[in-house]
Design a protein around this ligand. Structure first.
Ligand code: SAM
Length: 274
């Protein structure tokens, strides 16, 4: 049975709908994190299904597509792969119980995540995946370029901040490629980029993202301040002084958050919670 043509429903701005149609670009996104053949893949926001089609054509063994817009979810249910290789769920991806959905679809872990994410929910969804300790699959995620840069930045770079530190605790990240607004219909206002996120092996991960989140919120929340000032409150909340925490972590108390690398944040988190 042939797949029906992609749904040509008009885009809804509130749902961050900017669609990709160029098959070359769609296959580049599909393969940006490595081969998908034989893998279980999650796609958030399949929309009319351009990337969905590329992922199926590249051999994804199970594709779980979570779409909140009924017009698109229903159209995908008519594809010949639906119920077999393609599992469509009409729901808000922020509420999806991923473990249960993967098991129900007969998928395998680690599942990959490949998606052209809706801009309004992309960052919180990504952070929730980072925080899900069991998540170990590769990801290729299209974000606004600004967000992709913030995920992939290294210490000292302009976009370095909380998102890069949280990502670096559990994964390596790099930008695969960028796209101008004109690559999408309708075009968004800004450039987009695909960030590739490769999970670290268990021995290289830093498990306590909760403390890293608090620490980086304090430090980057006042990023112009020296750490001995910006960490005062959080150190006190842990019954310590900022000076002691910084000394134990072997960090210069006059340093600023943007210069601290991943190893430094991990030492600070341990000094704070230890
Ligand atoms: N994958 C398609 C493409 O590349 O052409 C569409 C990408 S479009 C940027 C984002 C898609 O996410 C839209 O289809 C939109 O309806 C869907 N979406 C928005 N918010 C969502 C949510 N909370 N949960 C699931 N899907 C969502």
């Amino acid at each position: 049975m042939k797949r029906p043509p992609l749904t040509a429903a008009p885009a809804r701005k509130a749902l961050g709908q900017h669609f990709l149609h160029d098959p070359d670009i769609l296959h580049r996104v599909a393969l940006a994190a490595g081969p998908v053949a034989g893998r279980t893949v999650i796609e958030v926001g399949p929309g009319p299904g351009g990337l969905t089609r590329a992922l199926l054509d590249e051999g994804a063994d199970r594709l779980i597509a979570v779409e909140t817009d009924a017009r698109f979810a229903e159209a995908l249910l008519a594809w010949p792969e639906a119920g077999e290789r393609l599992h469509v769920r009409k729901e808000d991806a922020r509420k999806t119980d991923w473990g249960a959905v993967i098991a129900q679809a007969g998928g395998n872990m680690p599942a990959m995540v490949i998606a052209n994410l809706p801009y309004n929910v992309g960052t919180p969804l990504f952070v929730s995946w980072l925080k899900a300790g069991a998540w170990r699959g590769e990801m290729a995620l299209m974000f606004q370029k600004e967000v992709a840069l913030r995920i992939c930045a290294q210490a000292g770079e302009a976009h370095y901040g909380r998102l890069a530190v949280l990502t670096g605790a559990v994964a390596n990240a790099h930008i695969a490629f960028s796209l101008p607004p004109g690559a999408f219909k309708p075009p968004p206002k800004v450039d987009s980029a695909v960030a590739v996120i490769t999970p670290l092996t268990d021995d290289k991960r830093f498990g306590d993202l909760a403390i890293l989140e608090k620490l980086t919120a304090a430090a980057f929340g006042q990023r112009r301040k020296m750490l001995r000032a910006s960490l005062k409150g959080i150190a006190k909340a842990h019954g310590k002084t900022a000076g002691d925490v910084l000394e134990q972590a072997e960090i210069d108390p006059t340093a600023r958050a943007e210069t601290i690398d991943q190893a430094g944040w991990r030492r600070l988190a341990l000094a704070l919670s230890g």
